[in-house]
Design a protein around this ligand. Structure first.
Ligand SMILES: [Cu+2]
Length: 161
């Protein structure tokens, strides 16, 4: 082979290797935001989703509502929520143990962070820190609430754009 041909082949091989390496390293960074929705396809959100920010827990024990700061919840930014918990007859629940989870039902993944209730603000209000949503679409946020020996779960839907 001519020297020139060998140079072209070597250059091509090196370029391809560099591109593959760059792709592998960039995937974890760009992946969640740019690749994942494409891989998952964009499925239509169910038409009858309950999008209310205040409703009863699954077994009717607690009336729960949420607000976010900022409002609406931002994409790709750690932020806080405040949730308010009352009994079904409207008394604030002051000393609840609350855990947070959630995810995207259509993508089969959870939240990218592990949000925690970090402050009991009194009067049935609780501060949730570490909320984050890393892509647009339909998200579920679930709170498991224990108070006075009783436990119930409430699930909120939200659609981020
Ligand atoms: Cu997703």
């Amino acid at each position: 082979m001519k020297k020139q041909t060998i140079t072209v082949i070597v250059t091509t091989v090196i370029t391809v290797l560099v591109l593959i390496t760059a792709f592998i390293f960039l995937m974890p960074i760009l992946g969640p935001r740019y690749m994942h929705p494409m891989m998952m396809g964009s499925q239509p959100v169910p038409a009858n989703l309950d999008m209310s920010t205040s409703h009863l827990s699954d077994n009717g024990l607690f009336l729960v509502s949420w607000t976010s700061d900022p409002t609406p919840p931002p994409l790709n930014q750690i932020h806080t929520w405040t949730i308010h918990v009352e009994t079904a007859d409207g008394q604030p629940v002051e000393d609840a143990d609350i855990t947070v989870n959630g995810g995207m039902p259509q993508h089969g993944h959870g939240l990218p962070t592990s949000p925690q209730v970090t402050q009991n603000l009194g009067n049935g209000d609780y501060l949730v820190e570490g909320m984050k949503f890393q892509m647009p679409g339909w998200w579920e946020v679930r709170f498991n609430i224990s108070a006075d020996g009783q436990n119930d779960t409430v699930t909120f839907n939200l659609i981020l754009e």
